[in-house]
Design a protein around this ligand. Structure first.
Ligand code: GLN
Length: 290
C-alpha cells in the first residue's frame, strides 16, 4: 500500500488484511477507520475523489494495524453512538452495547407509565461505566436528576467527562462507590435504580472475543462463579435505597433472567416486566417490591 493509492483501493487492501485476522465486517471497519483518519463522516468516504495526505495515510495504516490485533473499533475511534448520544469510550469502562439501549427504553417507559417524569424524578445508575445509561436518561428527562456510581475511579472520570461534553453535567452526580458503600448514612432514596452489572461467569471470560476479553475492564465483566453475584447483592441492598413506588431495572445475560427472577422473589421482589432483545434473549427485567 502507498499513499498515492485511491481511497477505494486502500480500503479494499485494508479490508483483506482485517479479514485475515478474523475481523467481522472487515470492509465496514476499514471504511470507518479511513473516515476517522481523514476526519470525515463515513458516508462521504466512498464518494471522496482526493487522496489521503501522507499523515492521514500513516494514521490509517496504524489504525488498521491496531484493529488487526483485535483492538475494538470503538477504542480506535474514541466514541460510539448510544441511544441518541455520542459517548466517549476508553479502556476505563465497558464499551456500551446496543442491548443496553433497551434497558434505557424500558426504564423510560416505566417512568412515562407512572407519569413521574412530570416531577423531578431521582434515578441511580449503579455501575455507570461510560455513563451511557445515566446520560441517556438525563437527556430524555430534562427534569430528572441522575446519580452515577461506579467502583472504578477512572470510569467515574470518563463518565463525568462525557456529561460535561454533552452538556448534561447539571443533571448528574458522580460518586465513586462500591455498590452503596459511599452512600451509607445518607438520607437518600431513588425513584428508579438502573443497572447493567457485570454478569459474565468468571470461567467464561477466557472464551470471549479478544476485543472484549482483552480490552473491556475485567471489573466490568466478571460476575463471579455463576455470573450472578451482583444480582444477589442488588436484591438484598436495593430495597433500602428505593422509594416505595420505585422500580429496579436490570440488564442480564443469556439464560440469566429466570434464575435472577427466582432470587429476587426470595428477597420479596416481583418481576413486573421482562423484555426480550432482537435475538429473542430475555435481556431486561423490571422489578418492584412486593
Ligand atoms: N453501565 C455501563 C454500561 O451499561 C457499564 C456496565 C458494566 O460495566 N457492566 O455500559
Amino acid at each position: 500500500m502507498k499513499n498515492s493509492d485511491s481511497i477505494r483501493k486502500l480500503i479494499r487492501q485494508a479490508s483483506a488484511k482485517l479479514a485475515e485476522h478474523g475481523i467481522i465486517s472487515p470492509e465496514r471497519n476499514a471504511r470507518m477507520l479511513m473516515a476517522h483518519a481523514m476526519s470525515m463522516p463515513e458516508w462521504k468516504i466512498s464518494m471522496h475523489q482526493g487522496l489521503p495526505t501522507e499523515g492521514q495515510y500513516e494514521t490509517f495504516q496504524h489504525l488498521i494495524q491496531r484493529r488487526s490485533q483485535r483492538e475494538p473499533i470503538q477504542h480506535l475511534i474514541g466514541s460510539i453512538g448510544f441511544h441518541d448520544l455520542e459517548v466517549r469510550v476508553s479502556r476505563a469502562a465497558l464499551i456500551p452495547r446496543p442491548e443496553t439501549e433497551l434497558l434505557v427504553e424500558t426504564a423510560l417507559e416505566q417512568i412515562k407509565e407512572s407519569e413521574q417524569d412530570r416531577d423531578s424524578i431521582k434515578l441511580l445508575d449503579m455501575g455507570t461505566g461510560t455513563g451511557c445509561i445515566a446520560l441517556s436518561m438525563a437527556r430524555a428527562l430534562p427534569k430528572a436528576t441522575v446519580w452515577c456510581a461506579d467502583i472504578s475511579k477512572s470510569a467515574i472520570t470518563l463518565a463525568h467527562g462525557n456529561a460535561r461534553h454533552l452538556g448534561l453535567e447539571d443533571q448528574l452526580h458522580f460518586v465513586q462507590s462500591d455498590l452503596w458503600k459511599a452512600f451509607e448514612g445518607k438520607e437518600i432514596q431513588w425513584n428508579g435504580i438502573l443497572s447493567n452489572p457485570p454478569y459474565i461467569p468468571t470461567q467464561e471470560i477466557q472464551k470471549l472475543q479478544p476485543e472484549v476479553r482483552d480490552h473491556d475492564p475485567i471489573l466490568a465483566l466478571d460476575g463471579g462463579t455463576d455470573g450472578l453475584v451482583y444480582y444477589r447483592a442488588l436484591a438484598i441492598e436495593a430495597p433500602k435505597w428505593l422509594s416505595n413506588d420505585g422500580f429496579l431495572c436490570l440488564e442480564c445475560g443469556k439464560n440469566q433472567a429466570e434464575p435472577i427472577i427466582k432470587l429476587f422473589k426470595k428477597a420479596s421482589w416481583f418481576a413486573e416486566k421482562v423484555v426480550r432483545d432482537y435475538n429473542n434473549i430475555q435481556r431486561v427485567v423490571v422489578f418492584r417490591r412486593e
